[in-house]
Design a binder for this molecule. Structure first.
Ligand code: CDP
Length: 223
């Protein structure tokens, strides 16, 4: 049996999975793989080819996604398209609106799962997404299910995006979008039965990172 450690962090949109996963990985000296960034990169790659989103078929997404790779950067991975690193463009409005539909294509899910497993291969890793603890790493040593109140998730996401405290109107609009995306993602967002639930609504980020890192250390020391 392999002695490597896999920590999965799953949960709804904007629950802080990726930033927490990255920070926990750094604290532990493990690798971090963000599966959502691969779904976003595939959607972005398809957006660069001709045709409106209504014409996006699974074969056309997979063909566009063939140009995607993952490059290791600072213990994490950055998606690349034709060798060029992708940054904030994978968070553009069209990608965010269409990624849930792209992520429902079974061939795309199989492809992302392979990419994520290859990046994680042979390393102690923290992986985050929607189904890491159920479908992709069902034998993970520790599974976290990260949730937070939708209003608080929307406030944090806007603070991160705008770099300032958002107004109540802005938070209300963002909350609607998050709740709609959660509904679209419902089938692929699955809480593992053996996951530890952490509600971060009233936690600071350092508190949630320390809580998860402490659980991971405790599990790792017992194996
Ligand atoms: O950060 P946020 O939760 O807003 O989203 P993300 O992690 O960047 O993921 C973007 C989208 O990818 C989600 O809305 C899902 O549609 C899809 N996704 C998925 O289906 N399965 C995963 N394991 C990760 C992401």
């Amino acid at each position: 049996m392999s002695s490597r450690h896999v920590l999965t962090i799953d949960g709804p949109a904007a629950s802080g999975k990726s930033s927490t996963a990255q920070w926990v990985a750094r604290t532990l000296g493990w690798r971090h793989v963000d599966s959502g960034s691969v779904y976003r990169a595939a959607t972005f790659a398809r957006q660069q080819s001709p045709g409106t989103p209504a014409t996006w078929t699974e074969p056309s997404v997979l063909s566009a996604a063939a140009g995607i790779g993952l490059t290791p950067v600072d213990g994490s991975f950055v998606p690349t398209l034709a060798g060029t690193p992708l940054g904030d463009e994978i968070r553009n409005l069209v990608v965010t609106a269409e990624v849930s539909r792209v992520a429902q294509m079974s061939g795309v899910r199989q492809w992302v799962n392979r990419v994520v497993q290859q990046a994680a291969e042979g390393h102690d890793v923290v992986v985050d997404g929607r189904d890491m603890g159920t479908v992709v790493f069902p034998d993970a040593s520790l599974k976290i299910w990260l949730v937070a109140d939708p209003w608080e998730r929307a406030r944090r996401r806007l603070q991160q995006r705008l770099g300032r405290g958002p107004s109540d109107e802005e938070i209300a609009a963002e909350t609607d979008e998050l709740v709609q995306r959660d509904a679209k993602d419902a089938t692929q967002t699955v809480q593992a039965r053996d996951a530890v639930l952490i509600d971060t609504t009233y936690l600071t980020q350092p508190e949630q990172v320390e809580r998860i890192a402490a659980l991971a250390r405790s599990v790792a020391s017992k194996r």
